[in-house]
Design a binder for this molecule. Sequence first.
Ligand SMILES: Cc1cc2nc3c(=O)[nH]c(=O)nc-3n(C[C@H](O)[C@H](O)[C@H](O)COP(=O)(O)OP(=O)(O)OC[C@H]3O[C@@H](n4cnc5c(N)ncnc54)[C@H](O)[C@@H]3O)c2cc1C
Length: 262
Amino acid sequence: MHGTVLRVERLTPSMVRVVLGDPGLEGFSPGDWTDGYVNAQFLPAGADYDVPFDDEHVRTLPREQRPAARRYTVRRWDQARRELVLDVVVHGDEGVAGRWAQTAAPGDRLQLRGPSGGYAPDPAADWHLLVGDESALPAIAVAAERVPAGAVVRVVLEVDGPDAELPLACPGQLEVTWVHRRGDGAGQLLAAVASLVRPPGRVHAFVHGEAVATREVRALLLGEWAVPREDLSVSPYWRRTFTDERWREVKAQWLAEVERDV
Ligand SMILES: Cc1cc2nc3c(=O)[nH]c(=O)nc-3n(C[C@H](O)[C@H](O)[C@H](O)COP(=O)(O)OP(=O)(O)OC[C@H]3O[C@@H](n4cnc5c(N)ncnc54)[C@H](O)[C@@H]3O)c2cc1C
């Protein structure tokens, strides 16, 4: 499956919206998750193949000729128009995907695998906690849109600054805490979550984003807050200073260590 770039929009200084459409998305189905994602394949410079390519064939190529895989949340899927919206963080001159998004133009094509996913807000929860950084903002925005009417929702989002904030739509009672990153942001997300005034009752929590930050918040929620594991979705989407390739190499070991925290 692949999408053809229809439109590109700069949402904030660090977020680019890429709208993909046909040809290529016939048969796409987004699933019921609010954190559903596609695995996008970015061609290396000088690739002697183009989109659409044969997945099995490129797997047999030398590593440097294979596409680089990066996961992106399905921010929106418009079934009638068959349009898939991805919101991509751009971070300076770094990143295969970030740089692709900065220069993406109508007519460009992007091959995709998936979608996959794992979370949707539990309608039976007393309140919802959604925590993350810019990379999780798309998934948090979808979750906020999909809670039941009147649901109590607390969002804590770490972003570069005021101009990186995006409005969130929600049929519930939404309160958003924007955390403006200082330096590498170490400890800021944890401090903001720790200082929340918690609504009463059972929380269903979603904590996705940078690896160290999600690990810290996970420990708080499972430890001091005593949130049952099954009521918490945690995913270290990326890790500061690691490319996605490097991160995937060590991620299983990291997850095993995180399990031993609490
Ligand atoms: C299930 C899932 C869903 C995701 N959904 C989204 C999404 O909707 N939108 C989105 O933007 N990201 C999303 N991500 C995160 C994204 O896949 C990673 O951030 C990825 O590393 C970006 O690739 P890149 O090629 O731009 O940078 P890479 O080549 O992987 O990394 C280059 C450098 O940039 C740094 N870097 C990577 N990501 C960021 C960032 N967000 N901010 C600052 N520095 C960074 C790395 O640490 C590294 O130093 C998702 C990840 C997962 C696992």
